[in-house]
Design a binder for this molecule. Structure first.
Ligand code: MN
Length: 497
C-alpha cells in the first residue's frame, strides 16, 4: 500500500540574467546532468524532475506556487550554481508550503588548477551563491535541511534520500486518516492529546468509531475470505498443531481470520492509513485483535494500542520513510527490564501487537491466554527481532507543542531462549547506556509506546520532525544527562517565546 515512486521532487536551480544566455545554457545542462545522476541512483526513492533555471522573482514565485499545488510533489531541492540575488526568492519562499532541501554542492568537484580562469570562476559560484541563498532562508526563519558536498558523493545522495523519504511521509500524512476504534485506555495520560492541533501540525485527521461499526464489517466476512486467509497463514507461518484444521483451537483461528477480513475491508473502504484499538472496548468482538493487527502493520498501516493515535500516525510515517529499505518497523512498548550489572537490557513487546516485519525467520502462529480484557484466547504471531541497529521514537503532546524523542539502540540476541513468553519481542541495549537512556527519556516525558525501526536512523526522524515544525530530542551515544537537562530547559524557554 506504500509506493514512493508515485512521488516526485523538483530540482530548482537559482541564477540570474547577468551571466548571458550561453552561461545560463551551461547552468541548465549541468543541472540536467545532476538530475539524471539522481534519477539513476538506486538510493533515490522518488522521481527527480528538472525545472528550468530560475532567473526572476516571478519564475521563482510561480515554481513555489506550482509545487504547493502539485499533488505528487514532496518538495524542492534548491541549488545556486551561480549567484542568484536572494531578494528574488522572498516572495516565493513566503508562499512555499512544501519542504525544501538546500543542496550546497558545486558542479565541478575539483579545481582545474592549471586551467582555471575567470570563465570557470563565473560559472562555478555555489560557494558564494549558496551563502546568499542561505542568508535569506535564515533571515526568513525558513526550516530546511542543508546538505553539503559533491553531488556524486554517496553520502550526499544518502542524505538527500533520507530527506526525500521524510518528505514522502509528510506528504502521505496530508489528508491521511486514522481510525480509532473505541477511545483511550481509561485514565492514561500520554496517549491523549490535541487532535485538532495534530491535524494542523501534521496533516492527518483522527476520528473515532464505535467498535460496533467494526463488528458489523466482521460479521459480513464470508467463509471464502476466511478460508483464503487460513491458507495464507499456513503458507507464511509455523502454525501450531492445535490451530490447524481439526485442531481443538481451529475455530479461534477462524475467528481471528474473520476479524482480519472485516478490519481490512473497513480500513480499505474508507481509505485509512492507520488505526487504534483498545482492550477496554471490545463489545461484540470475540477476541482482542492481535494477529490481524500484526499483519495489517506489515502491510503498511500505522497502529497504536489503547487508543494511541499519535503513535499510530508515527508508525505509519515511519513505514512510509522505511518503504523498500532493509529492516522492519513496528509499534512497540518498553515492557520489562534485565537489570543484571553485567549488561542491562530492555525487553520490548506488547500484549500482542508487534509487526511481523521485524521478525527474524518464520514467525510461529500460536494461541495463548490473554490475561487482560476478559475475552477469548487470541492467536498471535510469536518471533524475535534480529540483532542490529534500531531506534525507538515517540511523539508526546506538551500542551503548547508536540515533542519527538528518539533513542538509538542496539538490538541484541536474547541471553536465552524465551520458551514461555507468548508474544513477539525485541531485546535491546539503549545508547549511550541503560541508565542515561531511560533517565533522559523519562525526563523528556517520552511515552511507553514507540515506533520501533530497524530500517531507519535518527536522521530520518530529525528531518521529519523539522519539516513538521515540532521539537526534536535525540538520545544517542553522546547523550549526557546534565547536558540533556539543559537542552530541556532551553527548549522550554524557546517554545514559550
Ligand atoms: Mn500499551
Amino acid at each position: 500500500m506504500i509506493d514512493l515512486k508515485k512521488y516526485e521532487v523538483w530540482f530548482a536551480t537559482g541564477s540570474q540574467h547577468l551571466y548571458g544566455e550561453e552561461t545560463l545554457r551551461t547552468v541548465a545542462e549541468h543541472s540536467h546532468e545532476i538530475v539524471k545522476a539522481f534519477s539513476e541512483s538506486k538510493r533515490i526513492p522518488v522521481r527527480v524532475i528538472f525545472k528550468p533555471v530560475l532567473t526572476t522573482p516571478e519564475s521563482i514565485s510561480n515554481l513555489c506556487l506550482e509545487a504547493n499545488n502539485a499533488p505528487g510533489c514532496i518538495g524542492l531541492i534548491t541549488w545556486m550554481h551561480t549567484f542568484s540575488p536572494a531578494k528574488m526568492w522572498i516572495a516565493g519562499l513566503k508562499v512555499l508550503q512544501k519542504p525544501f532541501v538546500h543542496l550546497h554542492t558545486q558542479f565541478n568537484r575539483d579545481l582545474p588548477w592549471d586551467k582555471i580562469d575567470m570563465d570557470f570562476m563565473n560559472l562555478n559560484q555555489s560557494a558564494h551563491g549558496d551563502r546568499e541563498f542561505g542568508f535569506i532562508c535564515t533571515r526568513m526563519k525558513k526550516t530546511r535541511k542543508v546538505i553539503v558536498g559533491h553531488w556524486q558523493d554517496e553520502q550526499v545522495q544518502e542524505k538527500l534520500s533520507i530527506w526525500m523519504r521524510a518528505a514522502c511521509a509528510k506528504l502521505d500524512a496530508q489528508g491521511g486518516k486514522i481510525a480509532r476504534f473505541g477511545d483511550n485506555m481509561r485514565e492514561v495520560a500520554v496517549t491523549e492529546g490535541d487532535k485538532v492541533e495534530a491535524q494542523m501540525q501534521f496533516g492527518y485527521s483522527v476520528n473515532g468509531f464505535g467498535v460496533g461499526d467494526l463488528v458489523s464489517y466482521i460479521n459480513k466476512a464470508s467463509d471464502q475470505q476466511i478460508d483464503k486467509l487460513i491458507k495464507e497463514y499456513e503458507e507464511k507461518y509455523n502454525v501450531a498443531k492445535n490451530l490447524k484444521k481439526g485442531g481443538e483451537h481451529h475455530p479461534s483461528l477462524r475467528d481471528a481470520a474473520k476479524i482480519e477480513a472485516g478490519l481490512r475491508t473497513f480500513l480499505e473502504e474508507k481509505s485509512f492509513k492507520g488505526f487504534t484499538t483498545t482492550f477496554e472496548d471490545l463489545h461484540g468482538l470475540t477476541q482482542l485483535p492481535g494477529l490481524s493487527v500484526q499483519r495489517l502493520m506489515a502491510d503498511g498501516y500505522g497502529f497504536g494500542a489503547e487508543g494511541d493515535w499519535k503513535t499510530s500516525a508515527l508508525v505509519r510515517a515511519m513505514k512510509v520513510m522505511a518503504s523498500g529499505l532493509k529492516g522492519g518497523t513496528s509499534f512497540m512498548e518498553d515492557y520489562t527490564y534485565h537489570l543484571n550489572p553485567s549488561g542491562k537490557k530492555v525487553l520490548g513487546a506488547h500484549m500482542l501487537e508487534v509487526c511481523e516485519s521485524i521478525a527474524e525467520g518464520k514467525p510461529a502462529l500460536e494461541i495463548k491466554p490473554l490475561s487482560i480484557g476478559g475475552k477469548a484466547d487470541p492467536p498471535r504471531l510469536i518471533f524475535t527481532a534480529p540483532a542490529g541497529h534500531a531506534l525507538n521514537a515517540t511523539i508526546v503532546d506538551m500542551g503548547n507543542r508536540f515533542r519527538m524523542i528518539v533513542n538509538e539502540v542496539d538490538v541484541v540476541k536474547p541471553d536465552q531462549l524465551l520458551p514461555n513468553l507468548p508474544v513477539a519481542r525485541a531485546v535491546w541495549i539503549p545508547k549511550p547506556n541503560f541508565e542515561a537512556a531511560a533517565g533522559a527519556w523519562i525526563l523528556a516525558g517520552g511515552a511507553h509506546h514507540t515506533g520501533f525501526s530497524q530500517a531507519l536512523t535518527s536522521e530520518y526522524l530529525e528531518d521529519f520532525a523539522e519539516m513538521n515544525g515540532i521539537e526534536f530530542l535525540l538520545i544517542d551515544e553522546t547523550t549526557k544527562i546534565s547536558e540533556f537537562k539543559k537542552e530541556l530547559r532551553w527548549n522550554e524557554a524557546y517554545y514559550s517565546l
